[in-house]
Design a protein around this ligand. Structure first.
Ligand SMILES: [Zn+2]
Length: 562
């Protein structure tokens, strides 16, 4: 997996010095990263980016997750439509440094660059995992996919992490693994993170570790805390979506509604466990170490499978080009016959062999020996096989099974509605939510419609549910383009902690199994191609489902309750 190893370059000493006195400006670090031993100016930063990357990359996305606004970078590229600059920052209605009106959500760039500066101001401290992930799903990623960058740069400051005295936010280290994973599906996986710092050393070191592990393709640890964005975060998300809607089709189609700026602090907030007023930072940091240590133990103990990815494909599929170190499994579960009831179609000899292989692979994933896998199944028995896979997964103790199906597939008639499984069918005839755990969504295959479905419905459900196993099933006549199932699978790896079983009906295997296996193994999905507008009926279905499901699944929200 040499091609997956990230290149880690320590910053030179001047870089460290440069970050200290003026907090962690992205612009300062861009200068430092390029190693120019002279004071930073806007011109030098622009020259730096121009000279090093513009000759290779035309469109660049800069994601500034440091807790301070990168106003320097904003000013440099505010009229440049080839740089999409996204920054979230502690703002508190301009009460926090640098106290600039230019840091607010309605500052969107100048001239041709309007819409390419994206400011997400946090008007309250205490933003946590749900708030950060929601900001990515509902603000950054829709714009990023429409922008289609060739390179992603992360201004990777970790003063936005828990216990940092500057940021006073509550996002835990593993959140940065998830944020990294969400960015890795862009630009063919070309992601460069530039370390900016942080002011709580343990939180900083763990967060950096999480980011690097994500770059290496390691499974993402589960996110702690309730996946419910707070009122203030939703207000910020709604404001920036409304400010950016004139410039981005993906937001216009979702009906981004403006929010009147009150100019005052929201009174709502989650119970604060932040630094007590007046407490010296050193003392506070000492208190924080003990609180964080249990979290650190948990991170160290996160299990990792001996085999990253395995495949159970029939000899007919052997011509497929798969990553060389994927393990081919040819075993069969001994009690396969017992699991064929009540499906007559599975009792035939030609059906028993592939079913046994699927169950063998499933068992390896359930036992933790294999991280993820892909298997082929004859189309006539795919429905029955899926039913068996679900029953077997639940009988082996799976507590939250997320099942995403595409194409001609029926919901198993006996599927329980007890919360241990979440069934989401993409490509149904109409939008239906039989319950919060059984949902069907029509889709007609445009890139815009597909992205809307994935970012606005599938991922919010996945992050809200936090499955311990995810099934992705590709049935007949799914109507999706090649890169689409691959992108969906790649994005689902985060909330599933990498535990994914992909089932592909045999006719689709030659076209899809190779790219799906590559994605499971950690490679970036291929580009979706140009953004194309969703069908109106797809948008209506999406709006309807979100309206139905928002009361139960809070990660779907894009507007703050009034
Ligand atoms: Zn900072």
């Amino acid at each position: 997996m040499a091609e997956l190893l990230p290149l880690v370059i320590p910053l030179p000493a001047p870089a460290v010095r440069a970050t200290l006195p003026a907090f962690c400006s992205a612009a300062l670090n861009m200068w430092a990263w390029c190693g120019e031993p002279k004071p930073w100016t806007q011109e030098s930063s622009k020259h730096c980016l121009d000279s090093t990357m513009r000759s290779t990359f035309i469109q660049i996305l800069i994601v500034d997750w440091d807790i301070h606004h990168g106003q320097g970078i904003q000013y440099v590229f505010e009229d440049d439509p080839s740089i999409l600059y996204f920054s979230w920052h502690r703002y508190e209605h301009a009460q926090f440094w640098p106290h600039l009106r230019d840091s607010d959500a309605d500052v969107v760039g100048q001239g041709q660059g309007r819409g390419f500066t994206v400011n997400l101001p946090w008007n309250q401290v205490g933003m946590g995992n749900a708030d950060y992930v929601a900001a990515f799903l509902h603000v950054l990623l829709p714009l990023a996919f429409e922008f289609d960058p060739e390179l992603v740069l992360i201004s990777a400051g970790f003063d936005s992490a828990i216990r940092d005295p500057e940021g006073q936010m509550q996002a835990t280290p593993e959140c940065f693994a998830h944020l990294t994973r969400l960015l890795q599906v862009l630009a063919g996986g070309r992601v460069c993170a530039v370390l900016e710092g942080g002011y709580h050393l343990e939180s900083l070191s763990q967060s950096v570790c999480m980011m690097v592990q994500a770059l290496l393709g390691d499974p993402t640890p589960p996110l702690s805390g309730p996946m419910v964005p707070c009122q203030s975060a939703l207000e910020s998300i709604q404001s920036v979506r409304a400010a950016q809607a004139p410039y981005w089709k993906s937001l216009q189609l979702q009906g981004a509604t403006p929010r009147l700026s009150s100019g005052t602090h929201s009174l709502e907030g989650r119970p604060s466990t932040l630094l007590p007023a007046g407490l010296e930072l050193k003392t506070a940091a000492a208190h924080a170490v003990s609180a964080l240590s249990s979290l650190l133990d948990q991170l160290c103990l996160h299990p990792r499978s001996a085999v990253h990815t395995a495949a159970a494909l029939t000899p007919l599929d052997a011509a497929l080009v798969l990553p060389p170190d994927i393990l081919h499994l040819e075993g069969s579960t001994q009690e396969t016959q017992a699991w064929t009831r009540p499906h007559e179609s599975l009792t035939q000899d030609q059906a028993l062999t592939p079913l046994g292989q699927v169950l063998y692979l499933l068992d390896k994933i359930l036992d933790g020996q294999v991280g993820s896998g892909i298997a082929a199944t004859p189309a006539p028995t795919l429905n029955a096989t899926l039913d068996v896979v679900i029953r077997r997964s639940l009988s082996h103790g799976t507590q939250r099974l997320f099942c995403v199906t595409m194409g001609q597939l029926d919901r198993p008639p006996d599927l329980a509605n007890d919360g241990r499984s979440l069934w989401l069918h993409i490509g149904g005839k109409e939008a239906t939510a039989l319950s919060m755990f059984q949902v069907s969504m029509p889709l007609h295959g445009t890139t815009g419609g597909f992205l809307n479905c994935v970012l606005s419905l599938v991922l919010p459900l996945a992050y809200g549910y936090q499955p311990d196993l995810t099934l992705v099933v590709l049935g007949r006549t799914h109507g999706l383009q090649g890169p689409q199932p691959a992108l969906l699978t790649a994005l689902l790896q985060g909330p599933a902690g990498g535990r994914i079983l992909v089932l592909v009906e045999e006719e689709s295997t030659p076209k899809f199994a190779g790219v799906l296996a590559q994605v499971l193994h950690g490679e970036a999905p291929p580009s979706l191609g140009p953004f194309s507008v969703p069908f109106p009926e797809d948008m209506q279905a999406l709006m309807y489902l979100r309206q139905q499901l928002e009361p139960q699944w809070k990660m779907l929200q894009v507007t703050a309750p009034s």
